[in-house]
Design a protein. Structure first.
Length: 218
């Protein structure tokens, strides 16, 4: 459903019919909110300001508002626009009722934007790093993760085997690594070479991105 809706929306955009693209994505969102639908919706107006985007996205965020994906999207849009209280309201208790890497990272970003207590931000990021990973395109047959949905798994050649689902819980990152990943590095450990897994880099990217967004544009 998601790949089909994206394909349809992209087609409408190419024909310069953004209203129809919007309709197609909203219809798909109502059936099942998904981050790629949100990305497709963002692509309709790529260069808008964070507050314009927040406003335009109400078409999606008012649809299926109780869905966790909608809550996280609305929280992220509000973070982008600097509305941390609204972001907190949108996220609700998701970071405690369903603590995934993404919900915890969003809460960390809210905390950081809201009252800049480094310790609580670090604690949340530490929790995020070893939390349940969010859904990805995963092959039911061989378990490989794919960047995009494909009709056939390129790893094992199974047909129609790629589903959007949560990966199995990986082993928690060792507690020794955590200070290195989330900062607070001790001088003794500073020359240790650590390869940070991609998922952990993502967390840091989110925070970096938020910092960048907070800087005045000009
Ligand atoms: Zn496979």
């Amino acid at each position: 459903m998601v790949p089909a809706a994206l394909l349809v929306a992209r087609g409408y955009l190419e024909q310069d019919k953004p209203k129809l693209a919007k309709k197609a994505l909203r219809a798909a969102w109502l059936l099942g909110p998904h981050p790629e639908l949100a990305a497709g919706f963002a692509a309709i107006v790529p260069d808008e300001s964070a507050s314009d985007r927040l406003k335009r996205f109400t078409v999606l965020t008012n649809s299926a508002p109780a869905h966790p994906e909608t809550k996280m999207l609305l929280a992220e849009l509000n973070i982008g626009a600097g509305n941390y209280q609204a972001a907190r309201l949108a996220l609700g208790d998701l970071a405690t009722s369903d603590p995934t890497m993404r919900s915890l990272t969003i809460l960390a970003a809210i905390e950081r934007g809201d009252w800049a207590d480094d310790q609580s931000v670090r604690q949340l990021l530490t929790q995020a790093i070893s939390a349940q990973r969010d859904p990805q395109w995963i092959c039911d047959n061989c378990g490989d993760v794919h960047q995009d949905w494909e009709p056939m798994c390129l790893s094992c050649e199974a047909i129609d085997s790629i589903d959007w689902k949560r990966p199995p819980r990986s082993e928690a990152v060792s507690s020794q690594m955590l200070p290195l990943i989330v900062g607070n590095m001790s001088p003794a450990a500073s020359d240790a070479t650590i390869v940070v897994p991609a998922a952990e880099v993502e967390v840091l990217d989110v925070i970096d991105g938020i910092d960048a967004e907070q800087e005045p544009k000009g």
